[in-house]
Every structure is written in C-alpha cells, then in structure tokens.
Ligand binder design. Structure first.
Ligand code: NAD
Length: 495
C-alpha cells in the first residue's frame, strides 16, 4: 500500500486552524444550542480532522425559521436571473478554490484526490452552472379552456427544503439538491452525513461570499436520528430530498406524513452488469471492475452483480480477478491512488462480514476481501465467483468493493436475475447484438441503463430509481418539478 502525502491538513484553511466547525444558520456561524461537538475522522489514518458542532432539535428550529424568513423575504422578491447569477458566482468561487475543496473532500470522505478532481468537483460545478441557467427559464403556460377566460399556470417554489445527504459523494450529491432547489427559488436546510460535514460547510461559506442572502442556505451538522429526524418531522418544512439507505428512507416517508411534505428518495441499489458472450470481453471486464471498485464500491449504482454468459464466465472471473489485484490502494492524498479506504470502521466491519457470509454461502472468493494494513479502513477489492442468485451477497447491498459474479445461460435468464432483487436503480448490458441490448434496456427494472458502457451520470439526464431504490428523479428538468408546484389561474374576461 502506498503512503505519500500530497497535501496535509495544514494546507486546508477550514481545518488548519483547529477551531470547531460551526453550524451555518441565517448567514452566521453559530455553535450548536447544546454547545456540543463531535469529531470527524480521516478514514485513511483514523486521526481527527476537525471537531464539528453537533446540532439538535433547537438548531433545526432556528435554521427552519431562518429559511422561512428568507423564503418569504429576500429570496422570493429577488429576480430569477439574479438568483442564477449568484449560482454562477458560487460556481466561479468553487473553481477558484478547487484544490482546497477537493483536498477537504478527499480528507474527510477518504476519496482519492485524483478522482475528486476528475469527477466529484467538476460534476458539482457542472450541476451548479446547469441549474443557474434554468433559474430564469422556469415558467408556466397559457392553456386554452373557455372563450370567456384566460387560463394559465405558474410554477411556484415549494418553499423550505430539507436536504439530507449521504457520505459517499458529499459534495456532488449535496449539489444535486442545492442547485435545483435554489434555482427554483426554494430555501434550504442541509444536513450532511455526520461522517462528512466539512465540504458542505465550506460551500455554505462560499455561497454567502457569492451573494446568497442569509438564511437561504442553512447547514445543520449532527446525527441523522436527531437533526435528520427533526427536519423530517418539522411542521414548517415543505419538502424533503433524501439520498441514503432504504431503512432511513422508510422512516422519512412516515415522518413526512405529519404535514404531507413532498418527498423524493434516492436509495440503494444492487445493480446488474450483464456481459453476453458476443461482447468485447476485455473492455466489458475492465468497465465491470471500475463499475464496482470505483469509490471503494460505495456507490449506489455500483455494478455489484456481474452476470456473465456461461461461455465467457471463466474469462470474466479471471479478468476481474486480475484487475482487482492490480488496483492501487493507498492514501487518498496520493494522486496515484485508485482506491482509498471505506468510510468508517463500522462500514469496514459490515463489508468484511459480508465477505464471511459469501464464503459461508459457498461462493468462491478469488481475490481480496481482507483488511489492508492496521490503520485506516482499507479493504482489498474482492471477487466472488460461483455466486447463486439467491445468496445474500447477490441480493443485499454491501456498499463496498465486493463483486458477485453470476453465471447465466440465455437472455431470459439474464433478465430474470438482473431484475430479481428488491432494488431498481441501474443496470448495464454488454453485447454487439443491437436487438438484444434494446430488449434489455426496455425490460430492465432500472432508472438508468448503460449499453456497452457503465457508470456514467450527467446532470442533464434524470437520475433515480423505483422500488427499494426510492422514487422521484434528480437532475435535468425532473428536478425542477421536485422543487416547484404548479398553480392554475382562471381570469374571467367578461368584467
Ligand atoms: P444513511 O441512510 O445511513 O444516511 C443518509 C443520511 O441520512 C445521513 O445524512 C444521515 O445522517 C441521515 N439520517 C440517518 N438517520 C436518519 C433519520 N432517522 N432521519 C433522517 N435522516 C437520517 O445512508 P448512508 O449510510 O449515509 O449512505 C449509504 C446509502 O445511501 C446506501 O444505501 C446507498 O445506496 C445510498 N445512496 C443512494 C444514492 C442514490 O442516488 N440512489 C446515492 C448515494 C447513496
């Protein structure tokens, strides 16, 4: 394992001072109402990066009240084009502070810096600029109904939005929520995952610098079951946008029933990446390896089940195994690192438990599945062959660098296995037969299908799933509907 520090915490102003990171409420940094803090760790070495204010119900009340005032006040009265300009200025500031933000994200989430610079940060900035462009283009329509009436629709912002964000892509997924909500004229209380609060707090500061009025974006850090729960149950929150696990998603639906909040849920996945025997097996296997091992497998759309046709099964297993062994695991701060640690000790133990479960179920571990080193939460990428569809490692989301390779005989069996879990987020298919890939794309239960590629997302295309993968779509014009309500207006012309 390589250890070579490209950056240190001293090069990141947000943590170099050693001062606690405070909540951001109504445009000001404030301690939590309780005065309590918690520690956030670097998953690569288990050392404390910073202490962070631990919010509670009282902080949520303050933040929601600030968001409501801003919604009724300066944000609502601001011209839409001006809102767009503020988002563009924030995008500019993020570019100016790119190295610092990327280092912060890498340090806090254990993500390899090269990947953050290549993917997370550009995607977050792209999301901002895309929705900045939408801010002054959200409109209703005139609809013909009767001769004696003018009838038209308006699109109004839904109001105060609670944005609850996971730890696997804190910056990027945070921006998937923040950018469209602000473009639509909503105000926000954001709750980052307690393991990764730092980039959100820094973005909040930059947003103020970009000219966002106080109270439009509030950030309350702290535990999900306290801060998240208080937001979900708050009577003055109009909408919850959540990315996280199905278990928490279910609780959110129940909590949101109190005042009939609008809810969108982006939950987990157990995506199938299906390789037919007429595919380019080398390319497909390489992409299948990236599809599961990127971000140490902590990706909702990870191709955690590789389905390989019986004629190419052994070759796919062999290529995946070779690829897994070649992945450079190391310190996320080193630009040559391809795979960093998983996020926490708890996550590491859960993944290693799944490796034991897979072995006990009779699957054949061809490589990996062990802790690497004794400091930091590193796991060697694991390949399970001879996996049966009903095994737990084939049905349950592991959220780590573990792939299950399953054999199939024909198209019908591949589709049955691909669609045979509780999740429906994404799927991939590899074949040169255009009829077959189109049939698969049509019949796959998934919000996204990749054909002869895997893993791409773009803010211009809808993103989300159904069943245990949640409901509602982020990205594109779908997200504009998430954060606006249509209103119908009738005007009598005979007065
Ligand atoms: P999680 O559900 O434990 O936490 C997600 C967020 O919810 C965190 O901010 C957490 O603090 C908060 N939370 C926890 N308990 C809460 C409660 N009772 N009320 C309100 N909020 C609460 O998930 P995680 O472990 O952070 O993330 C991993 C999960 O997220 C995986 O299942 C993964 O598939 C899913 N995910 C989905 C997508 C997608 O786009 N579909 C993207 C990334 C992650």
């Amino acid at each position: 394992m390589s250890i070579a520090y490209d950056y240190g915490r001293e090069s990141i102003p947000a943590v170099a001072s050693g001062k606690p990171r405070l909540l951001l409420i109504d445009g000001r940094h404030v301690p939590s109402a309780s005065g309590r803090t918690f520690k956030t760790l670097n998953p690569a070495n288990e050392q404390v990066i910073a202490t962070v204010a631990e919010g509670n119900e009282a902080d949520v009340d303050r933040a929601v009240a600030a968001a409501r005032r801003a919604f009724e006040g300066p944000w609502r009265s601001m011209r839409a084009s001006e809102r767009g300009q503020i988002l563009l200025r924030l995008a500019e500031l993020m570019k100016q502070h790119a190295d610092e933000i990327a280092a912060l994200e890498s340090l806090d989430a254990g993500k390899p810096i090269a990947g953050v610079l290549r993917q997370d940060l550009p995607a977050a900035i792209d999301t901002l600029t895309y929705y900045a462009g939408w801010a002054d283009k959200i409109s209703g329509e005139v609809v013909s109904t009767r001769e004696d009436a003018l009838t038209y629709t308006m699109r109004e912002p839904v109001g105060v939005v609670a944005a609850i964000v996971p730890w696997n892509f804190p910056l990027m997924i945070g921006m998937w929520k923040l950018a469209p909500a602000l473009a639509c004229g909503c105000t926000i209380v954001m709750k980052p995952a307690e393991l990764t609060s730092l980039s959100a707090l820094r973005i909040g500061e930059l947003a103020l610098e970009a000219g966002l009025p106080p109270g439009v974006l509030n950030i309350v850090t702290g535990p999900g079951r306290v801060v998240g729960d208080a937001l979900v149950n708050h009577p003055d929150v109009d909408k919850v946008t959540f990315t996280g696990s199905p278990g928490v998603g279910r609780g959110i639906l129940r909590g949101a029933a109190g005042n009939f909040k609008r809810v969108s849920l982006e939950l987990g996945g157990k995506s199938a990446n299906v390789i037919f025997d007429d595919a380019d097996i080398e390319t497909a296997s390489m992409a299948a390896a990236s599809g599961i091992f990127f971000n140490a497998g902590q990706v909702c759309s990870a191709g955690s089940r590789v389905l390989a046709h019986e004629k190419v099964y052994d070759e796919v297993v062999e290529r995946l195994t070779q690829r897994a062994r070649a992945i450079r695991i190391g310190d996320p701060a080193d630009r040559a690192t391809a795979m960093g640690p998983v996020i926490s000790e708890k996550q590491m133990k859960s993944i290693l438990d799944y490796v034991d479960i897979g072995r006990n179920e009779g699957a054949r571990l061809t490589t990996g599945g062990e802790r690497v080193g004794d400091r930091g939460y590193f796991i060697s990428p694991a390949v399970f062959a001879d996996v049966e569809h009903q095994m737990r490692i084939s049905q349950e989301e592991i959220f780590g660098p573990v792939v299950s390779v399953i054999k199939f005989k024909d198209e019908a069996e591949a589709l049955r296995i691909a669609n045979g879990t509780a999740y429906s987020l994404a799927a991939g298919v590899w074949s040169r037969d255009i009829g077959r890939v189109q049939r698969f794309a049509k019949q796959a239960k998934a919000g996204t299908v990749w054909i002869n590629t895997y893993g791409y997302t773009d803010v211009r295309l809808p993103w989300g799933g159904v069943r245990d993968s949640g409901f509602g779509r982020e990205h594109g014009t779908a997200a504009l509907e998430n954060f606006t309500e249509p209103k119908a207006v009738w005007m009598n012309l005979n007065v």
